[in-house]
Design a protein around this ligand. Structure first.
Ligand code: 1CP
Length: 354
């Protein structure tokens, strides 16, 4: 088993005792850091950073040089999977991701093939191996993928959406076509995450950013069921250690209870559900990760400390909490403010673990 100096994250995700609450931040590598913006400018664009294992490693390490973080997260994107399926991912400055060939009809779905992930996404696994070498056991590395529903929203809409009109139309008019699309993405994503684990990812997270756009029964049918397929297909032990699985649906609310029954180890929680309530929903079956409102980072250091204290108090005593924001850090944040948050978690959390 590879030596790990700081395994607080893995222990907390498995609800084992820890001396303090571990902390990492969604989108901790990204545009709020000037050193990230410099690497991206030199590389030309975002996908060139993802596709170059040395650059992906460099930007993964950047936040760890500044802050006392308890985990690294692979620098990549959830849309590498549909790109590997041949949809032609590209980024337009200021507009986010888009696809050259969106999936609109049952015939479009039938034409898709399950890609050989080793061949199509080998650059990601090479980045995982490079980051593990560079980390040298300091903290664990988190791998990730998008949920099939969330990835499918981009495949069908062809770009970012806020109303999901096209895919919701497909759900009503051609539910079998949508289901086979979700099944294909789920199978590919299972291969993809298992290959990340084989390459060295020590925990994995599934980002279901848009599951909360569905009504509850459609959420269970189209989003949760396909995440369940992934959980069922994942390798759960590697190199002598359990590999924890985190599911995160933004806007899950009371559906956290259904998510906790999938057999995952932990759930990400956004800031619209307080952790005390979330803990009741999941009945201590799983660990919880979250959930400070990212907007708090725009406030004064004193307000940030108060926000951290409130999140810690809401979870309360005992193991099973990983501190994070309720969604990703935004590009406008002063990097010093993130330092205030992380120092506050180090200072204020030990009292909950005595
Ligand atoms: O201009 C740039 O530099 C590109 C901005 C960017 C970055 C930094 C994109 C494009 N992706 C990423 C990296 C990224 N994406 C990570 C890196 C690891 C980290 O530090 O956390 C991760 C985990 C993601 C995951 C991701 N991509 C999600 C799920 C998580 C979430 O924040 O909800 C989603 C929805 C995407 C799609 C995507 N890729 C990029 C953007 C701007 C978006 C969102 C577009 C939209 O709002 O619809």
């Amino acid at each position: 088993m590879a030596r790990l100096e700081n395994d607080l994250l893995l222990r907390a995700l498995l609800r084992e005792p820890v001396p303090r609450t571990p902390v990492w931040i969604m989108r901790q590598a990204g545009r709020y850091l000037p050193e990230y913006r410099r690497v991206r400018e030199q590389a030309g664009d975002f996908m060139s950073v993802c596709c170059n294992p040395d650059l992906a490693c460099e930007v993964t390490m950047q936040p760890l040089r500044r802050y006392k973080l308890d985990a690294a997260i692979l620098f990549s994107d959830i849309l590498t999977v549909p790109d590997a399926m041949g949809l032609g991912l590209y980024f337009v400055a200021g507009e986010g991701p888009q696809f050259e060939r969106p999936v609109r009809t049952a015939a479009d779905v039938r034409a898709l093939r399950r890609p050989d992930v080793e061949r199509a996404l080998g650059y990601v696994f090479e980045a995982v191996r490079t980051i593990r070498r560079e980390l040298n056991g300091r903290v664990p590395l988190i791998g990730f993928a998008g949920s099939p529903w969330t990835v499918a929203t981009y495949m069908v809409e062809g770009r970012s959406s806020r109303d999901f009109a096209t895919i919701k139309r497909m759900a009503t008019a051609e539910p079998a076509a949508l289901q086979s699309l979700l099944d294909l993405v789920a199978a590919t994503t299972t291969d993809y995450l298992n290959a990340q684990i084989a390459a060295g990812a020590q925990a994995v997270m599934v980002f279901d950013t848009w599951g909360g756009a569905l009504q509850a029964d459609d959420y269970r049918r189209f989003s949760l069921a396909s995440m369940q397929q992934i959980v069922d297909g994942l390798v759960r032990e590697h190199d002598g250690r359990r590999v924890p699985v985190i599911l995160f649906t933004k806007g899950a609310g009371a559906l956290l209870a259904d998510m906790a029954s999938t057999g995952c180890d932990a759930l990400g929680v956004d800031w619209t559900t307080d952790l005390a309530t979330a803990r009741r929903y999941v009945e201590d079956k799983v660990a919880l990760q979250g959930n400070l409102d990212p907007a708090t980072l725009r406030e004064s250091p004193e307000m940030i400390r108060r926000g951290v204290a409130a999140v810690l108090a809401s979870y309360g005593n005992g193991p099973g909490h990983v501190f994070n924001l309720g969604h990703g850090i935004t590009p406008d944040i002063d990097p010093a403010h993130l330092g205030v948050l992380i120092d506050a978690v180090h200072e204020l959390s030990p009292q909950y673990h005595r």
